[in-house]
Design a protein. Structure first.
Length: 108
């Protein structure tokens, strides 16, 4: 092969490896930030079994697995955070029960 063909082939392989690498990285970044300004959006975006990171309006940070969702708060093991106190909500790990029902069916 000529030097030109070898250089083009090397560039192609490098670009292909870069594309696969970037695609793999985007799959790892699965954090989901939820609009914390409304109770409905939090309830719609969080499922029982999800790992969440919640920052409160008083700058406290709670990271836990959701065990219960009510119309007042999210619960984990020994943790209860009411919606009015939430400033930021992130789902950092998915799992558990995936309810596809409406707003009220997700509460029970």
């Amino acid at each position: 092969m000529s030097a030109s063909v070898t250089a083009h082939l090397r560039t192609f392989v490098l670009c292909l490896a870069l594309a696969f690498g970037l695609t793999g990285l985007s799959g790892c970044a699965s954090k989901l930030t939820i609009d914390a300004s409304s109770t409905e959006s939090i309830i719609a975006g969080v499922n029982k079994g999800d790992a969440v990171r919640i920052k409160t309006r008083k700058d406290a940070v709670h990271t836990f697995v959701v065990t219960k969702i009510t119309n007042k708060a999210l619960y984990g093991d020994n943790v209860r955070v009411v919606y009015e106190d939430m400033a930021e909500v992130e789902v950092v790990g998915e799992g558990g029960e995936q309810d596809k029902g409406g707003f009220f069916s997700r509460l029970f």
